[in-house]
Write a protein that binds this ligand. Sequence first.
Ligand SMILES: Cc1ncc(COP(=O)(O)O)c(C=O)c1O
Length: 347
Amino acid sequence: MSHYQKPPELYEGLRLHQNENTGGCSPRVLEALAKLRPDQIGFYPPYAAATDAVAKYLGVAPDRVTLTNGLDEGLMALAVAYLRPSVGGPVFESIVPEPAFEIFRFDTAVAGGRLVQVMPKPDFSFPLNDVLAAITANTRVVFLTNPNNPTGLSMPLDAIRTIAQRVPPGAIVFVDEAYAEFARESFIPELAHFPNVIVGRTFSKAFGLAGLRMGCLVGAPDRMDPIRQAIPVYSVSIAAVTAVQAALTDLDHLNDYLRQVDASKALLYAACDRLGLKYWKSRSNFVLVSAGDRLDALVKGAFARGIYIRDRSTEPGCAGCARVGTGLVSHTRQFIAVMEEVLCAAR
Ligand SMILES: Cc1ncc(COP(=O)(O)O)c(C=O)c1O
């Protein structure tokens, strides 16, 4: 397993390569941060009020929510809790339907688990039978993402139910809902009936808080316990707990962004149609575009003009593809103009 290649630190141009909210957070977040007192920063942070606010937003009891320093921390803690082998015990397995968020692979390796990749179908429809066939007595985690990154596609909720019924006792099904706000769909209302499912959420994307690092895990307290033990006691900062509470008072800011994402996707699809590019209709704030043998020209041409998009061509099933953030309409228009210029020149 090669090491995770963190994207280079590019902040001068238009960042359409990490699925962030390029419009940033609600102004209420900045106001709340500015009001923090020196003693609040001097003390270890309290979590109850932020946990209550997040639980209310997600429609669950607070004891079902664990705040994490970004969902990334939740993923690592989950991998450590469920995949770390005991001395002399079996090597536990994680199942990852590809293409997927690459962190699942790296966290599995760090925790000492064995990765079982399920390769995609040509149309990226969810490979339920292949996932079921990959389950063994040593399966401990099935990593699902709904909607998926990098395809932007949703998976049927029924597939989650079926997998949850088929994994061995002691295993969990993890549903990464980093982009759930955009799809307006969640498995959270069903968690009471599926105690072996844990859902992950983040405030990095729709709420524009990526720089402050705030995510959470949602699930049955007893399944969450081993994960909680793998999370450093005060990993979430006072800035993050303050920010998330302020962000949750401004759902107008969220809804405006969601509307812009929908409009942006429609504009990008139309541009791809004009240029003869294949794309997948996304339920997220990005679109996977297949530029085929013009991919390099597109990624490098956009870069030269100060727009960053993510080359995903080495991910399973994604040859010739780039992932493009579709957030603020003005930013999408900027990208489309560059895409038209670059690809017309590359013909
Ligand atoms: C599917 C998925 N899960 C988790 C994350 C991590 O989110 P966070 O910023 O909360 O660590 C991302 C970020 O790109 C993601 O795409």
